[in-house]
Write a protein that binds this ligand. Sequence first.
Ligand SMILES: [Zn+2]
Length: 233
Amino acid sequence: MCESNKEKRGVVCFTFDDFHGESWLKADSLFRKYGAHVTFFIMGDISPEKAGVMKKLKASGHTIGLHSVHHGNAVKLIQENGAEKYLEEEIKPQLDACRENGLEIHSFSYPCNYRNEESDRLLFRYFDYLRTGRGLDNVPTPYYPLKGLPEKCCFTGIGVGTFYGTELSVLKKEMIHAAETGSILVLYAHDIGPLGEIAKNDMPVEWLEELLSFAKESGIRIAGFDELKMLKS
Ligand SMILES: [Zn+2]
């Protein structure tokens, strides 16, 4: 009986893009309070200061992924300049810096959600999990069965923030659905801060706390991408 309960618990992955080191570190106490691990996708050069923030987040149990050096459109750059140049300029410098800092990386999120099969194939050489986003497209909410999760997977996340017209009641229903069907639901935002002080595509800290608290009460797991393989088995 325990087994089937476990299988049906599902998992919600909160992901955050770009780089907002100060507010991400500040939000860590909130994640701790609810026993939640999330995934941070880092853009730009990995300076020693940035690497320091990444190490602190990782030490708290969160997953660190990459988001490219220049935040360009991956599909366009690969088409215009070729795959090798894309890897040399956008991917390898970040991976090298992470290796030098002892940070193991398995995940990547697409800048501005631009992807295609060719870019997926190329990036699966370096990453197990890719993340794009639904943006403002009115497509059905994507769920990914945890048990049948392939070794390599590109997730489509749901944007959270006023820009995306988020309704917390809908999100809670989606979280419950993921839990009841043993699926993964992926969410994404950028910075984290008080509702009046952040951009429209950022995560209001008030919403974050409401969602984390709802997940905890409902027994829904909140995990980082690096934990999916373990949760699957
Ligand atoms: Zn971005």
